[in-house]
Design a protein around this ligand. Structure first.
Ligand code: NDP
Length: 338
């Protein structure tokens, strides 16, 4: 076995959009598992928008990564050495090993996968944290009723694609918003009732045409100009699960223009809107097992499809991550590490 552990460290904090210089590729020593631990080798690393928040010291729901430390991240990893009877060499698990080739973990902090049940990388996407985020935010906060209209942006990504397809399974009408004609075509192939390009100059008109009965659930993934257009079309009693605001993650100051807070609050009031932010971890204990059961069955019977964007090699993780925040990924972004 090799004795070096390739790692991606946070080298400096970004101002606005991250750059490759914010990261440092490092060759560390492979850690040694102690009694009650296993040594994991990363097979796939998940790249997710939340990692932008961890690069910054701005107050958030989780602590930032310290400078010089390994970037955090979910992984699918293989047990290569075990000092705990709960896991054996060769077992494949979902872990939080971060942007590195090797890590140690305790068995109770990982979840064992059945590699026969589904491709193991799906445990980072449709059958992992993003899929669960979609499921929890939509079914527990959005609560679409049959016939209602659900709108979601970043609709070719793992959260948005899953939101739209679950909305369809629940009998709602699904409208997806994505960047560029290729992604829009893919969203249509997934079975959404309509798909719209948020980069089109007539985006707001297209949204109006695609939502003739207004919008009952807007699953907020992006913010920015998409939210501006959606807000005008929300129905009375509409629900807005606020999941992410990726259009703002690289923002360093408030956007120019008038303060629109009073207008927003007026709409919340006169249309009795429910705007509810959430972090998926709040629902894991109670709902994850049911999600895994239901979503696995939907994937097996083809009702829940997914697309992955696989990048090879840890050294390419920084560029891929930077690109994702610009919309350059097409599907769930994962790095094949080994
Ligand atoms: P994606 O793989 O969909 O990647 C992000 C996508 O956002 C890009 O591909 C791009 O898609 C879109 N995007 C980027 N900038 C803009 C912009 N200015 N305007 C509109 N769209 C933009 O990401 P995920 O599916 O992993 O995550 C989706 C959202 O869910 C994110 O906001 C993320 O932070 C959030 N999230 C929240 C969780 C929670 O617990 N609350 C957990 C997991 C994710 P396109 O080219 O189509 O515009």
């Amino acid at each position: 076995m090799t004795t070096t552990n390739t790692r991606v460290l946070l080298h400096s904090r970004p101002e606005g959009e991250p750059t490759p210089e914010n990261f440092e590729i490092d060759e560390g020593a492979v850690p040694e598992p102690r009694e009650g631990q296993v040594l994991l080798r990363t097979r796939y690393l998940s790249l997710d928008p939340y990692m932008r928040g961890r690069m910054s010291t701005a107050k958030s729901y989780a602590d930032p990564v310290e400078l010089g430390q390994v970037m955090v991240g979910g992984t699918v990893s293989e047990v290569v050495e075990s000092r705990d009877p709960a896991l054996a060499v060769g077992d494949v698990v979902v872990a939080h090993a971060g942007w590195q080739e090797y890590a140690v973990a305790r068995p109770e902090h990982v979840r064992r996968l059945d590699p026969e049940a589904a491709p193991i990388s799906t445990a980072l996407g449709v059958l992992g944290m993003p899929g669960f985020t979609a499921y929890a935010g939509l079914t527990l906060i959005g609560r679409p009723q049959p016939g209602e209209t659900v709108v979601v942006a970043a609709a070719s990504g793992p959260v948005g694609a899953t939101v739209g397809q679950i909305a369809k399974i629940l009998g709602a009408r699904a409208v997806g918003i994505a960047g560029g004609p290729e992604k829009v075509a893919h969203v249509e192939e997934l079975g959404f009732d309509a798909a719209i390009d948020h980069r089109a100059p007539d985006f707001a008109d297209q949204l109006a045409a695609a939502t003739p009965d207004g919008i009952d659930v807007y699953f907020e993934n992006v913010g920015g100009h998409v939210w501006d257009a959606v807000l005008r079309r929300l129905n009375t009693y509409a629900r807005v699960p606020v999941c992410g605001l990726v259009a703002h993650y690289n923002q360093t100051e408030l956007p120019p223009g008038p303060d629109r807070m009073s207008m927003l609050m007026q709409q919340v009031l006169i249309r009795s809107l429910t705007v509810r932010g959430f972090i998926q971890t709040e629902f894991v204990a109670e709902h994850e097992a049911r999600f895994l059961e239901e979503a696995s069955a939907w994937v097996r019977d083809g009702r829940l499809q997914y697309r992955e964007d696989v990048v090879d090699g840890l050294a390419n993780a920084p560029e891929a991550f930077i690109g994702m925040l610009r919309g350059q990924n097409f599907g769930k972004l994962v790095v094949r590490v080994s």
